[in-house]
Ligand binder design. Structure first.
Ligand code: DC
Length: 228
């Protein structure tokens, strides 16, 4: 049997710092990275731009199968889809809203499952999202479930956004984050949940360095090679 590349999963709710932690682990280990949320965002953005209804499963499936994706470099994640730079566009309000709607569709998730598995390459993959450890890479060597209190997650998002525009309100961010949590945890297909074999890491009150340190200790405990 062919030896598959090892995988570390980082799952958790919006704003828990999954992306930052996944990048830090990948750069420490020299592994590839998959930000699975960006794939849902690409599908959401394309659906919006092409005027595809979010319940037109066949058209959405075609979107998933047809786009070509390229990260400029692993370290500066500039994202090209079919040759266009969509790095900023997928973070916009419409793409965010459409992403969460297409993420509920079973056919979209099934088609994206295939594409996500293609990212698994040697020497290893760090994958972040909601269902990396429960559905996409159930045989991952290490599954981290990264959590933080809703207050702290909203506060982090506020700090991130407040310099980008004047219309940012902490109470609004808190409210929309709680709504996204409910949608993520209650959808019928691949809801956000803690894998039975996951290491639950609560990052409330911790710095990124402290979170990374805990994650690396857990990786070491699983026999994954740590290079300094
Ligand atoms: O992590 P994010 O905010 O970029 O994710 C965008 C959307 O995609 C969000 O609504 C959750 C959804 N998503 C998902 O359903 N499964 C994943 N593995 C990753 C993201």
């Amino acid at each position: 049997m062919v030896d598959l590349a090892p995988v570390i999963c980082v799952d958790g709710p919006s704003g828990s710092g999954k992306g930052t932690l996944a990048q830090a682990i990948a750069s420490r280990l020299g592994w590839h990275i998959l930000d699975s949320g960006s794939l849902y965002r690409i599908v959401g953005l394309q659906a919006h731009l092409l005027g595809i209804s979010v319940d037109d499963d066949d058209a959405l499936e075609q979107v998933v199968k047809s786009f070509e994706i390229r990260f400029a470099t692993e370290r500066s994640p500039i994202l090209f889809v079919n040759g266009s730079d969509v790095t900023e566009a997928i973070r916009g309000e419409e793409a965010t809203r459409f992403a969460s709607l297409v993420a509920k569709r079973e056919k979209v998730r099934a088609a994206l499952l295939v594409r996500q598995k293609e990212f698994r390459k040697l020497p290893g993959l760090v994958a972040d999202g909601r269902d990396m450890g429960t559905v996409v890479f159930p045989d991952a060597k290490l599954k981290i479930y990264l959590d933080a209190s809703p207050e702290e997650r909203a506060r982090r998002r506020y700090v991130e956004l407040k310099d980008k525009g004047p219309n940012v309100s902490l109470p609004d961010l808190f409210q929309s984050l709680k709504e996204r949590d409910v949608r993520d945890k209650t959808r019928s297909f691949s809801p956000l949940k803690v894998a039975p074999d996951a290491y639950v890491l609560d990052s409330t009150g911790l710095s990124i360095d402290e979170v990374l340190e805990k994650a690396l200790v857990a990786a070491q405990g699983k026999g994954l090679l740590i290079t300094n």
